[in-house]
Ligand binder design. Sequence first.
Ligand SMILES: [Zn+2]
Length: 247
Amino acid sequence: MTKAKKPVEPLVEVPACPFATTVSPLDYGDIITVKANKDTSTREFRIHEGLLTHFSGYFRGALKNHWIEGQAKIIQMDVEEVVLEMFYCWLYSKKLYFSSPKGDADADIPLDFEDIVDAYIFADVQVIPQFGNATLDLLFQKVTQRWKFPWWVLDVTYEKTTEYSKLRQFLVNNAADAYNFGGMRENKHCYPRDFLVDVIERLKDQSIYPGQRADKDGDKYVQQQCKGMCKYHDHSNLEKVGAPTND
Ligand SMILES: [Zn+2]
């Protein structure tokens, strides 16, 4: 990106998704133990079954079909602890992390770009669309706060998602709109060919040069993107809150 900014900016506020749903605490039900199997983590997360089955297609299937181990209700997952921690925080608070007791808006997001992208991929695989939407909102906030395009997450993104992925779409649009591709030659091995094709198509469609949108007026661009984050969300099977069902 081209605009000079302070290293840490206040977080931009992304409007709440009008399709977001909640679970009544009366429907929380039993406790399930979820363990992260990747790395050497032995950490266990004790999570209410009603939250898991409400938000995740994977957990709906796993808990219905008794794939869980024994009476203790334990599910082992091939995932990093940091991702499971984000999921746990989000289930109970709709936030992916806690930076300070007051939720200080000026604090840096204590998660790497890689963690956020891993969480999106986890949401994609385990069919947790609303959690995936939250990871994209956070990725946008992090990109904006650091004013940096995370080219180093492109490889994993293009390896682990499909061409219809909203994560791909977000990264392609952000790169085309707001990134000047400085230093690209030194890191050229980090740019998947499909990503470059996607970016060129976006530039052609929009008749813009790389970074043009943010070049013109960075703050205005950020505000516009903020309001439009829903276009990257997966709203399947969700109804807009307060709207007729055929909306
Ligand atoms: Zn939305």
